[in-house]
Design a protein around this ligand. Structure first.
Ligand SMILES: C[S@@+](CC[C@H](N)C(=O)[O-])C[C@H]1O[C@@H](n2cnc3c(N)ncnc32)[C@H](O)[C@@H]1O
Length: 270
């Protein structure tokens, strides 16, 4: 079979099994198996594929059809134009979170200087590493309760050459942090218990998903005391929890929307 025939067949199979992006998934997985860039598939439509390529491809498309996230199957995901290693120990970096990072970088560039950031619940380290990458003078302290996640995050920091400016600390929320920070960032679990979620979401660690407003409010409560004067907190939120957030002890706050127009990031300043 040619590459194009294989792609069409896999796309139909994934479509029939509920993927919301069957062609894209089929292409990403095939490019991964062949060790080429996705766009290069388009230059090789007539290339014949043999069983040594088809067998692992069938295996990956079958796993995808059962709801495993594409990023767990390929082992990486792009975020803020950087490539992050991911495993089932961490949440797959989500494009929605780029809203938070873009605001943090915009704020950091406007302030200038060697700013101190904290990233609470760092997971793959995508927020901490992207901030360190785009703000070359910044340092970041990143926390997580999951030692397995911190290992992945530390690898990502090394991979992007920021390992000397990002520290990874194990512990509950802000408990491992010391001193005052210019900016406190977090994408904590905020899905309400009992929410109906698609298989590719529930394939991710429960500790990275469920929390409702509770964890975010616990962090918000101590946040003003963690921040230096003129500092900000940027917390990713779900629109469903906005009304339950307790933003007290700050000089002001506002909410940023994502590209879909949903309330996505709470910004509060001291
Ligand atoms: C929604 S994931 C976000 C991961 C990453 N920051 C991102 O944006 O992709 C939340 C992370 O918070 C961590 N977490 C959950 N409860 C925590 C707690 N009490 N203290 C610190 N981290 C926690 C989870 O292990 C998970 O890595």
């Amino acid at each position: 079979m040619t590459l194009l025939e294989v792609l069409k067949r896999a796309t139909g199979y994934l479509d029939a099994h509920g993927s919301s992006s069957p062609r894209l998934d089929a292409e990403v997985l095939l490019a991964h198996i062949l060790g080429i860039r996705r766009l290069d598939l388009y230059l090789q439509f007539d290339r014949p594929l043999d069983e040594s390529q088809l067998a692992p491809y069938r295996e990956l498309t079958a796993r995808r059809s059962r709801g495993e996230p594409v990023a767990y199957l390929t082992g990486h995901r792009e975020f803020m134009a950087l490539d992050f290693a991911v495993t089932p120990a961490v949440l797959v970096p989500n494009p929605d979170t780029e809203v938070l990072v873009q605001r943090a970088v915009e704020w950091g560039r406007a302030r200038g200087g060697a700013l101190r950031f904290a990233d609470v619940g760092t997971g793959s380290g995508c927020i901490a590493v992207a901030v360190a990458h785009y703000l070359p003078e910044a340092t970041v302290d990143a926390t997580d309760v999951s030692p397995a996640a911190l290992l992945i995050a530390a690898g990502n920091a090394e991979r992007h050459g920021v390992g000397d400016r990002v520290r990874f600390l194990a512990g509950d929320l802000a408990e491992p942090l010391t001193g005052r920070y210019d900016a406190l960032l977090a994408n904590l679990p905020y899905v309400a218990d009992g929410a109906q979620l698609p298989a590719e979401v529930t394939a991710q660690p429960a500790i990275a998903l469920y929390g409702g407003a509770t964890l975010v409010n616990r962090l918000l409560e101590g946040a003003p005391n963690l921040l230096a004067p003129g500092g900000i907190a940027l917390l990713e939120i779900d629109p469903a929890i906005v009304a339950d957030l307790r933003v007290e002890g700050f000089a002001g706050s506002r909410v940023h929307r994502d590209l879909g127009g949903l309330e996505r990031v709470l910004e509060a300043w001291t």
